[in-house]
Each structure stands twice: as structure tokens, then as C-alpha cells.
Design a protein around this ligand. Sequence first.
Ligand SMILES: Cc1ncc(C[n+]2csc(CCOP(=O)(O)OP(=O)(O)O)c2C)c(N)n1
Ligand SMILES: [Mg+2]
Length: 383
Amino acid sequence: MATPTPTPTSPASITASGGRGGFLLARARVAPGGRWAVRAQPAAAELVERSVNTIRFLAVDAVEKAKSGHPGLPMGCAPLGHVLFDEFLRFNPANHAWFDRDRFVLSAGHGCMLHYALLHLAGYQGVTIDDLKAFRQWGSRTPGHPENFETDGVEVTTGPLGQGFANAVGLALAEKHLAARFNKPDLTVVDHYTYVILGDGCQMEGVANEAASLAGHWGLGKLIAFYDDNHISIDGSTAIAFTEDVLARYEALGWHTIWVQNGNTGYDDIRAAIKEAKEVKDKPTLIKVTTTIGYGSPNKASTHSVHGSALGSKEVEATRKNLSWAHEPFHVPDEVKRYSVVPVELKLQNFKVITNKLFCCEEIQTCSSSLGSSSGCCILHSV
Ligand SMILES: Cc1ncc(C[n+]2csc(CCOP(=O)(O)OP(=O)(O)O)c2C)c(N)n1
Ligand SMILES: [Mg+2]
């Protein structure tokens, strides 16, 4: 598929302008790759599996307590969610509004216990274990579908299928526009990825196709979408109504495509796919991740009964046995807690280094004093 031709109105063609860039750049240079401390290597397989099961059971237990919700998607997408949040996503849990954070959108908003569990483990103070216990309760910070004004770390209100994906396209477009406008040849102040998870239901919606078409046309290389290909939707098997070749459609729309065939235990395949997607600079990427909805539930996995209702106490017990999870509801093992906290501290240390470097620049100082802390460039650098 040919790369879309840039047009005068495409974001790539917008040139950066203004400012005494040369001076600013020399003073503010940040070591390559030093913007963000990430793990030198993934955790040992056993710890990864335990972290993933923690996510699964936080979702199972929260839905069980609320007696409503969608446990199936979080159980199936926990491996993908863990790898993405733990090894790739750049964010500051102490400041969910840090401007240059990577964006994450759960377009399949019904599976929001996945997102809440990930935010909790990542150290967001606005998503405590008590918030998880209050899932779907009136006035809680963990509503039944994600609300961006209720929960730290939720970028976009989702639930209406397909529209979260369309919003993610908008976020990626905004990033490309701002990067073209503000980045200088050797100072990059806007540089983040937009990740989105969408399911079969999102793929069925026309709005998603329209947005995907625009994303392909614009060549949004920093947009990475994961299609949760679990073969189940609200009414049963997707064989009933949705049999198109999704990857072929996206290729036709100008996307790079990858298929992770084992999204349940293929951690290395998930990692490799994200790395490959990040390398593709001129096209958005769709990663089809084949998963099992309700993974681990002996009697309900791969059925639509795990899509939109609690497993039920007997099945929860059977699932605990099946996944060797002999813990009380809402338990987060100490080693998982410790493991999640470490990189956050590393990341914060790194933030301080970057912030100090940027704020000692004359141009930024002028900007701070003359325009105040709410000025655009100060927001850009504030962590
Ligand atoms: C536009 C729109 N139509 C219908 C619904 C109701 N609905 C919620 S989830 C769902 C099925 C989603 O299927 P899928 O994306 O495959 O999710 P999974 O069952 O795999 O969790 C439907 C139809 C909705 N949320 N939005
Ligand atoms: Mg599905």
C-alpha cells in the first residue's frame, strides 16, 4: 500500500516557526532515550503472569461485587494491557495531565475494569483499591463506562462503540499537528503515542471506519490500535454477523497491520508487535490480538455469557482454582505491588532531570514570568 501523499493541509506539512530556537535547543538537549526510564528488561515470566492474574481478578471481583459489568474483556486483554502499561506507556501517575504523556483510550468502554485495574497498579492515586471496590456505584470514581471527568488517567469518555477509536484518531492527529508546530530540529517537546483498544463491536461501527480512513490518509504513524479479536460479541459468536477480513480492510485504508495469534500467553509476540508498530513512522498500525474472552473461566470462557454479567460465585471459585489464584477478593500480592511501584519512581526521577533542564532555558523563563504558569509553553513542559 502506497504511503498517503502529504497535501498542503496535512499536519506533516506544517512547519515549526517562531522563537529563538537555537539557544533554547543547545541548553535543553536531553540525552537520547533519556526522557523516560523504562525497565531494562521485562520482569520474570512468573511475575508477569501474577501481575496479569491480579488484573484479571480485580476485574472479576469488582464485577462480582457490583453484580453487574463486563468481566470477559479484562480477563482476555489483561496480558496486552499489562505489557502495554508496564513496558511501553509513558505517563506520570502523580500528574495525569502531564502534557507529553502517551494517550491510552479504551474504545471498548464496557471492559473498563481492565483500565481501572491497570491505573490502580500503575500508582494513580485517584484509583485506589476502595475505588475498585466501589465499581459501578453511584458517585464512585469507577463508573460502569469510562468518564474522562471522573477518573484520573481516563482520557476519553467511552462506551458508544467505535467513538473512542475515533477520538483516539483525533488525539493522534493533535499530537502530529502540535509536534509539527512546536518541535525544533534538536528539541522535541511534543512526542507521544496514542494507543487504543477496540473490540468487534467497535469494528462494526461505521464511525470507526470513517476515522480509520482519515488516520490512514493522514499517515498517523504514532497511532497504535489493538483489535481485541475474541470472536465473541454481545449476541454470541461473531460468526453470526461479522466475518469480514478486518486486517485486509485496514491495509486498504493505508494502515500497517500485524496479527498476534496468541494474545493469551504470547507475551513476546505482543512486545514484538508493539515494537514493530512504533518503528512504522508513516502509517498508523492495527494489531489484531486474538484473545479468549473470559480467559481462565472453565465454563464461561469463549461464550457471550461472560461478556456482560458477573461470573457468579461458583464460577468465580472455579476460575480461582483454574488459574491457581488462592486469594481473597481484591487481593494484590506484595510482589506485584512492589514491582509496579519501582518504575514509577524511576520515571519521576527522570522527570525532574528533564524539567530542570527545560526550565533553566532563557526562553522558557521569559515565557514563565511574562505569561504566567498557564501559558502554552509552560504547560508543555510541566510534569
Ligand atoms: C454504538 C453502540 N451500540 C451498541 C452498544 C451496546 N453494546 C455494548 S457492548 C456490545 C458488544 C461489544 O462486542 P465486543 O466489542 O466484541 O466486546 P466483547 O464482547 O468482546 O467484550 C454492544 C452491542 C454500544 N455500547 N454502543
Ligand atoms: Mg468481541
